[in-house]
Write a protein that binds this ligand. Sequence first.
Ligand SMILES: [Zn+2]
Length: 126
Amino acid sequence: MHELSIANSLVEIATEYLAKERVKNDESSVVKSITLRIGALSCVHKSALNFSFELVTKDTLLEGAELKVIDVPVTIFCKPCEREVELPGIQRFRCPVCDTPSADIRQGKELDIDTIEIAENASTPA
Ligand SMILES: [Zn+2]
């Protein structure tokens, strides 16, 4: 369960981040959303990750937080073209412009947190 361990570390990072925000700002702040950058080569199944995230955030400070994903395409550096080119898929590591093979992967293995959005807790009971 690769995705479950990812979800767990997300919760850890976001909880720590939230704790700092609460000290600086509002003690009732909550995590509204977490945006991830996921590369096409990272082998993360988004549906499994969403499911795991819901599971591990239940009854935590992150319950109800939304998980957003930015898909990062694979790019390789093509020597003949002298630039980074984006691959249409992950089956062939060849430049889509000149068809030269390249193993110089520049992007696509990402699994990073892009943003953690903090919001005031609107549903705080009076
Ligand atoms: Zn090329």
